[in-house]
Design a protein around this ligand. Sequence first.
Ligand SMILES: [Zn+2]
Ligand SMILES: [Zn+2]
Length: 398
Amino acid sequence: MTYASLTDYTRADVEKQKIMARLLLESSRIHERKMEMSIKADRVCDSIQPEPENYLEDSCDESYVLSKPVLNEISLPAKFCPKCGRKYGDDENFCLECAVKLRAIKDVDISEMELNPHFEFRGENCFHEFDEILTGGNLEKIAVENFDVEDIAAKIRKIAFRRLDTAIKDSGIYLDSLSVADKILLFAKAFVDVENKSYGPELGYYKFNRIYIDDRQSDALKITTTLHELTHFLIKEIMTHVLCSIWNCTKTHKIESVAAFILSYSPITGLVDEYAAHTVEGRFTLYGFQDYSSFLSLEKTIDLDKTEIEMLKTIGNTFANIIKDILESFIDADMLDEIKGQFTKDILDRPDYTNLVYENCKLLNDEGLIEAVRLLLSEGFAVAMDNAEKLESYDEMW
Ligand SMILES: [Zn+2]
Ligand SMILES: [Zn+2]
């Protein structure tokens, strides 16, 4: 099996194709209008004519795909029922429906909250040393044992939602009163630890079950950076569970180290990982503000033909689709509008659609995804077998 031979398992990502087609059409309309205006401006030299620049400014507004959300001014309740979640005013004391005392809605600092996220996997085997993991037998199992990526993703999502629900109830948070950036931060914390940083050039990064977000950036960028880094975490977590499922073993930091190694040892797996993170981030960003830097620089370093590089992006796009489902179970249409509203508030640039040509609009079917994961894992695991020292150093980082 090669990356190019996975082509037989692909189908069109129709939803993404539609979005891209619409955006490209809009961007060409804007371009046409710009051309028309510059021709008019050439012909008409007197100053009485409307300023072409102003016209362009206005016409560009149409390029925002979603309109700005209408914010409803609702007065916030002061108390809530810990049992049914109903909200009450300050003068109420009990939820008579549930016959319990109401609790005050607290002003909680989300960045200070710790949800202690972890996702267990119990198997019949338990490997204590890398010697027991890095075996020819385990390499062979990657090629033959069954696993279900969607099922793994669904389990992770369920555990995170339970954790989120408990955290909200225990700390007396009223979700609707949080800023959209805080809602996303809280959601991310149900999966992985998130820390603020105020140094370095990166907007954020993910390392060993911890996301670092630069708190000097705008809320809009904090949101997309968090979703990008959360995707990196989720791919590592899914791959770890796939390995545990293949080897029928209990999850440990050593297995996580193998997964982290496989996802980072080569620009090939790096591209899949980055393309997925870019795509997920992009789906929750106002179109025209997507950041392509994360995978474009990697792409240049890969010595594969175009078909194979496109296939790596297709694998990334397929992972992104699975992760997008997890995120959309929290980020509904209203919250997406809030995010887009945050963008129009924070970002002053005009949208830029020129990079849309880099988008891959294909998906692998279930069988193709399994073959792709087998290929990524077996290639990476073969290299991991010669890198026990590196894995030992990873093992100390969790
Ligand atoms: Zn109640
Ligand atoms: Zn990234």
